[in-house]
Design a protein around this ligand. Sequence first.
Ligand code: ASP
Length: 324
Amino acid sequence: MAQDDSTLQFDDKGNLRHLLSLQGLDASLLTELMDEAEGYLTAPGALPVRSQSLAGRTVGNLFFEPSTRTRASFDLAGRRLGADVLNLDVNTSSRKKGESILDTIYTLEAMQVDIMVVRDASDGVPAYIARHVAGHVSILNAGESDVSHPTQGLLDLLTIRQHNPDFKNLVVAIVGDIQHSRVARSASEALQTMGVGELRLISPPVLAPSEGRFPGARIIHTLAEGLKDADVVMALRIQRERIGNLDGVPGIDEYFANYGVSRESIKVAKPDAIVMHPGPMNRGIEIEGALADSPRSVITKQVRNGVAVRMAVLNRIGKMMSMR
Ligand code: ASP
């Protein structure tokens, strides 16, 4: 993200106005958002927290790429805070007829959609929209190409903090298609801001990040070396939709044998290491199904935290709007 994009995220009073990236959000803001999200968590089976803090506001979900968890959780988060939520059906939207994204945005703006949640396959779309919307509209990035997925980064950070809040002494290992992963990018940014002890990125050389993409992280190509004594192991899906030419990408069996996170390969990690995955999972490729379903997996916890984190972000934006 260009430098001016991180300042674009704040209004002239320094309040968060758009959430485009976790770059530029300091440790105290990340901590405040996580603390607020904790307050929205209730025990499984208990009723979810509800408030009217966003009553009268309209949240528009504009997902121009597939989504299950992010879209559903923004929808629930908005409703649980009392907002009206509009889920635009992109397959029947006029963007399919060639309407530009800005014309779609201006159309929703005219319908008084105040908060737009945007997922798009191209770099820079959330910031581009943020620069063009009216002063009262906020843009939340719900997944931008291979660049950024800030609410995923926040929910991952919260899930790691629930396991062990001592970030400075944690070894976090992220395994998989690092080069094309916006999840890895946002998690790394958040973890570095919190001063993580060691961040390891493990992948076959063909899926390794290009130079300078993950400053401060250790790039590793051998799973056993990367998982050794790790406190947190995050497995990632191969982003086939972002890889033009799959030549050189290992086939399923070879990939699982060398980079699959499994009950066997995780034995070298710390005995209490947690296993994470942002979903959607490809069982038997990047993660063994039995491990994903085991007690050390926090994958469903990540999903629960996702709703809470999105409530925290939406509530923060709503407060900023009501202070105007
Ligand atoms: N759901 C995540 C994302 O949107 C991870 C993935 O698709 O593999 O980036």
